[in-house]
Design a protein. Structure first.
Length: 334
């Protein structure tokens, strides 16, 4: 079950005495966030706003909404990062899942012996970071050497985002395999792509573990194919995402310059939510490059090619006749 660190929210409000606050977080915990809002309203009798827009990551905090609402504090819940505050309005609040990994970790540690792995690395997303130490001890007990990669930037040790992979990239030459804790193909497949190592997802809910490398290969192939599909585009739309942590206008202008040199006609587009539906009115554009979240194109369906920044760089290399296929085997997909 997911738990929000409500104690932190309560103690912050008691100490700072804001006139109003806002809460937001990923869709999966919006129900819990609403229940927290009820408790805060009852206790402090101040306006408490639940922001219903998406909050996909620490790049997508809805600060603009908090400013429009005029709140003193925006509590962003569930996107644990290595910093407690972002700017002077946002306070990051942890949400963690108390599911126990012991059973699946023991099974996996015994069964993976057949594969002759001796050195493994553990990795996870924010809500399971607290489980890492216990799983590490289980694998060590079964004779494995366990490496937990160092965090960098916003990442804690052993943590990955869907676009940022320092703890795994930096350890890929030291270990035989990666074990991702949690039920997330989204995260584990990208670990497999970045490291090109056997990667297993440990699912504590179904007490199962599965190798994710085939799914990762399909995702990577799809990403490469999209680059080839964009090759013949005459007009390319470069989309600048308007979410505060994804805004990359300079990168967009740099790609525009390089693609114009390669003979492409460019249309600059700005939008907040980048979906297939929102792109339909851009009928005269043959392919898009979005410089916001790199997972938008790889993990969603679009009728026309939609490239991320690494894919755009690969396209430019392809147009110049340079080697271009390993563009996702990098630390940060931006
Ligand atoms: S994968 Fe996308 S939503 Fe997640 S942190 Fe990166 S840019 Fe943000």
């Amino acid at each position: 079950m997911i738990h929000i660190d409500e104690e932190k929210i309560f103690s912050t409000i008691t100490e700072k005495k804001p006139h109003s606050v806002a809460l937001d977080g990923p869709d999966g915990i919006l129900k819990k966030i609403q229940s927290c809002a009820h408790k805060l309203t009852e206790k402090y009798n101040i306006p408490v706003y639940v922001i219903g827009d998406t909050s996909w990551g620490s790049c997508d905090l809805n600060i603009h909404a908090a400013e429009m609402l005029g709140v003193d504090i925006l509590f962003n819940i569930g996107h644990t990062i290595s910093m407690e505050n972002l700017g002077n309005k946002v306070i990051m609040v942890d949400a963690f899942d108390d599911i126990d990994f012991s059973k699946i970790a023991k099974r996996c540690a015994i069964e993976l012996k057949k594969k002759k792995f001796t050195k493994i690395s553990l990795v996870t997303s924010s809500q399971y970071l607290h489980s890492m130490q216990k799983v590490k001890e289980i694998f060590e007990y079964h004779g494995y050497e366990v490496v937990i990669g160092r965090g960098k930037g916003h990442l804690n040790d052993g943590q990955v985002f869907g676009c940022e992979f320092y703890p795994v990239y930096d350890t890929k030459d030291q270990v035989d395999a990666y074990l991702f804790l949690g039920q997330s193909i989204f995260h584990s497949a990208s670990v497999a792509i970045v490291t090109q190592k056997p990667t297993f997802m440990l699912d504590p809910y179904f007490n199962e573990y599965s190798e994710i490398s085939d799914i990762a290969r399909k995702l990577e192939k799809k990403a490469i194919l999209t680059v080839y599909k964009a090759q013949d585009a005459k007009t390319i739309g470069i989309i600048i995402g308007l979410k505060e942590g994804q805004f990359a206008n300079i990168k967009a202008l740099e790609l525009k310059r390089l693609l114009e040199l390669a003979g492409k006609k460019i249309m600059l587009i700005a939008m907040t939510e980048i979906t297939d539906e929102r792109l339909l009115p851009f009928e005269d554009i043959d392919a898009f490059i979005q410089v916001a979240c790199p997972r938008i194109g790889t993990d969603n369906h679009f009728h026309k090619p939609v490239l991320s920044v690494p894919q755009a760089i690969s396209l430019i290399k392809l147009l110049k006749g340079e080697p271009h296929q390993e563009f996702l085997q990098i630390k940060h997909w931006l």
